[in-house]
Design a protein around this ligand. Structure first.
Ligand SMILES: [Zn+2]
Length: 312
């Protein structure tokens, strides 16, 4: 792993013009899988009960340098977000100054939940992202990790939507609020992208079936379907948090089936992905690192009991 703790590797990236997308983040050198590219605290939106009323207040409290960096971010104002902001403000955006309208447009385009991250906001979207972002409550920061090896010159991307099981047109619909037409490799007009879209539709069906078998507590079937789901995810290029969530379903099914050996194997696979996507200091990784030896100990004890049974 290239970086540990709150330290990050932002020296490996640079801000450049991304053709057709405004600014973007690019690798200045090869970036290995698992590298913590950025770890940063919120610029705006630190309060839990944050509403649109706090946006301008917080913006004004920033240093002139941070204000100018904030104003350099891309802005847009989708109708539904506009309605929500006006509701929270209790007035029309048209009645605000041009500066404050710009502050809100940037907020609308860049907030993750209700939080703005200065560097994190510069990632463009891809439907097969090479960067995974997550909140690390131990650090009080959002972290961005490389989910695969990234080559020098490649653009670094995150997914703005939860679109793994959506087809191209469904993803485009979900991306409408950002006002761009996605041209990532998954959305390109190629045979490979069309085949991947068929697989994403299959993933959607599998997702529905998994929910049914989970409710029925039919763990053998649930495990088989989840394994199929994981294989499909890997085949369309997902190696990050989505895959880890599917592995967690498989591990859960193994536990329910009393197959502790397979549960351990899948738990190790989850830990490997999470260490690369979240970092060793993330609470999920710390929890898993405690759990894995416990499951291993249960298996060892079980083996000892079985052996003693054989010897008698
Ligand atoms: Zn796309």
């Amino acid at each position: 792993m290239a970086a540990h703790g709150a330290a990050d590797s932002r020296h490996l990236i640079e801000v450049k013009v991304a053709p057709g997308k405004g600014l973007g983040l690019f690798a200045q050198a090869d970036i290995p899988r698992g590298t913590r590219i950025i770890a940063e605290a919120a610029l705006l939106g630190k309060n839990v009960d944050y509403t649109a009323k706090d946006v301008v207040k917080e913006f004004r409290s920033l240093s002139p340098t941070l204000q100018s960096q904030y104003l350099g971010l891309h802005g847009c104002m989708p109708e539904d977000v506009k309605g929500q902001i006006e509701l929270e403000l209790g007035q029309k955006l048209e009645n605000l100054s041009a500066l404050h309208r710009k502050v809100f447009a940037i907020y609308a385009a860049n907030a993750i939940g209700r939080i703005i991250y200065l560097h994190g906001s510069l990632f463009n979207h891809s439907c097969i992202p090479n960067v995974h972002f997550a909140y690390n409550s131990t650090l009080g920061m959002e972290t961005f990790h490389a989910v695969r090896d990234i080559l020098e010159g490649e653009e670094l991307t995150v997914s703005y939507i939860n679109g793994i099981i959506l087809t191209r047109s469904q993803r485009q619909e979900a991306l409408e609020r950002w006002g761009f037409l996605c041209a990532c490799p998954a959305c390109a007009d190629t045979e490979e992208a069309r085949k991947a879209d068929v697989k994403r539709a299959q993933m959607f069906d599998l997702d529905q079936q998994l929910a049914i078998y989970f409710r029925r507590e039919h763990w053998e079937r649930f495990r088989k379907l989840a394994q199929k789901q994981a294989a499909l995810q890997r085949s369309v290029g997902f190696s990050g948090g989505e895959l880890s969530s599917t592995y967690a379903k498989i591990a859960w099914a193994c536990q329910q089936l009393g197959d502790r050996g397979m549960e351990l194997l899948w738990a190790c696979k989850i830990l490997d992905i999470d260490l690369h996507c979240l970092g060793p200091d993330h609470p999920d990784c710390e929890w898993l690192e405690e759990q894995v030896p416990k499951v291993a100990a249960v298996i060892e004890n079980q083996a000892a009991v079985d052996d003693s049974g054989v010897n008698q």
